[in-house]
Design a protein around this ligand. Structure first.
Ligand code: ZN
Length: 436
């Protein structure tokens, strides 16, 4: 019995070591398989350029499926919002590629990132698509600059004053650059704007030589932009299914009425648009700044209220440019809308407005408040003519108008109206008769 027992034990021992041996061999095979797969056909897609990664940590995403081998290098910075934008960028790219091809390709991404004057982070994502023979079949770039102070991706509109097309008419390619283009890089001495995502055609604008044209607000960058303006209070959330109305207040700012109007709208979590005269902007800069910082829209109403049809091109331009400059020097922002005095314009005025990167804005409800001169009558004129999508014209320079407005807002709020700026209204309603 004892002998058999020992023999069994020996046999079991042999079986056990054989199993371990097989296990080790299996692990070695798996390991070799993994190594060759990893660094074999795709070896070069596990490399990236170390020189152009000035901030953040290098992250790597890798995936293989029936359609793709994917290897993406991207940065992780200490800016949460920027990380989200970056992730969305390459995730969208991958989704996009999946939708339109069926052969098995390689998607490879590398990037460059740097930071200028602390405030600006330039990022370039280079996306490359190779076929199975390692041939580059498609190349595209995503380039943008993130403003860490204002927490947004910069567009041409944030970098340059609105009249850049006219001011830079001598630069080749400027006509192809739109206000909402975000293919740009902020460098120490210039901004580089690309006209397409291949990044082949570009326009370079030096700060020093174009000081009057630069909108960027940073103490290291030559510009007339003020550095002490607070980021405006965010616009209230709009319910598109509820009624909305845009009040437009002309001829101000007024030394007491304008800020009273701001408070009245804020009581209902509302906003409005002020069409201001340049000469009054110059007289009350602190009021203009407060209106802007409270998230209200500031638009232009010319410098001193002439009939623009009676002026020559240069004089019309001066009315517009002087007012833009006055508002810009206070807020660092400038109107995109102008209401010509009396709503009067001709083709010449229209052209000058367009050349300044602006749009003409009229109204749909005229209360004739200046003629009524009575708060109750003005209140009735507003309430009785109000409708969903209306653009109401009043003047914040008259006490009786502001008194009437106060009563009108209470009644309209009761009826479920939201009070919005003209630009906000334009996002939800057709304003064909208003915006020209
Ligand atoms: Zn007016």
């Amino acid at each position: 019995m004892e002998y058999r027992y020992r023999k069994n034990k020996k046999l079991r021992f042999k079986k056990k070591s054989l199993a371990i041996l097989f296990l080790i061999i299996a692990i070695i095979i798996a390991f070799v398989f993994w190594i060759t797969n990893r660094e074999g056909p795709y070896e070069k897609y596990y490399q990236y350029d170390e020189n152009n990664k000035k901030i953040g940590e290098v992250q790597h995403y890798q995936k293989e499926n029936e359609q793709f081998f994917i290897s993406m290098y991207y940065p992780k910075t200490n800016i949460k919002e920027l990380n989200k934008i970056i992730n969305d960028c390459w995730n969208d790219y991958i989704k996009d590629q999946k939708a339109n091809k069926d052969s098995k390709d390689i998607l490879y991404m590398d990037y460059s990132i740097d930071q200028v004057y602390k405030q600006y982070v330039n990022l370039k994502l280079s996306m490359n698509r190779y076929n199975e023979d390692d041939k580059l079949v498609e190349q595209s770039n995503k380039l943008f600059c993130y403003d860490t102070k204002n927490e947004k991706v910069l567009t041409v509109n944030d970098v340059l004053r609105k009249n850049y097309k006219i001011s830079l008419a001598n630069i080749n390619g400027i006509d192809n650059i739109n206000q909402d283009n975000d293919n740009l890089e902020i460098k120490k001495d210039k901004v580089v704007i690309y006209t397409n995502d291949k990044l082949k055609e570009k326009v370079e604008i030096k700060y020093e030589e174009n000081k009057d044209l630069i909108r960027l607000a940073n103490k290291n960058i030559p510009s007339n932009a003020p550095l002490d303006v607070k980021t405006p209070t965010p616009l209230p959330k709009i319910d598109p299914n509820k009624k909305m109305i845009a009040f437009t207040l002309d001829d101000g700012p007024h030394k007491t009425n304008t800020l009273r109007v701001v408070e009245m709208f804020e009581k209902y979590n509302g906003r409005a648009t002020f069409f201001q005269l340049g000469k009054n902007v110059q007289a009350y800069p602190d009021i203009v700044k407060t209106v802007y910082e409270h998230g209200f829209e500031i638009a232009s109403h010319s410098w001193d209220h002439p009939d623009l049809r009676k002026l020559d091109t240069n004089a019309v331009n001066k009315q517009i440019v002087d007012t833009q400059n006055a508002i810009f020097s206070i807020t660092g922002d400038e109107p995109s809308l102008i209401r010509p005095p009396f709503g009067a314009y001709n083709d010449n005025v229209k052209t000058v407005v367009k050349n300044n990167g602006m749009q003409i804005a009229l109204w749909t409800v005229d209360t004739l408040d200046w003629k009524l001169k009575d708060a109750n009558k003005i209140k009735d004129a507003i309430v009785n003519n109000a409708y969903d999508g209306a653009v109401v014209l009043i003047h914040d320079i008259h006490n009786f108008t502001v008194d009437g407005l106060e009563m009108a807002l209470a009644e309209l709020a009761n009826k479920g109206y939201q009070f919005v700026t003209l630009s906000t209204l334009g996002e939800y309603k057709e304003l064909k008769t208003v915006l020209r």
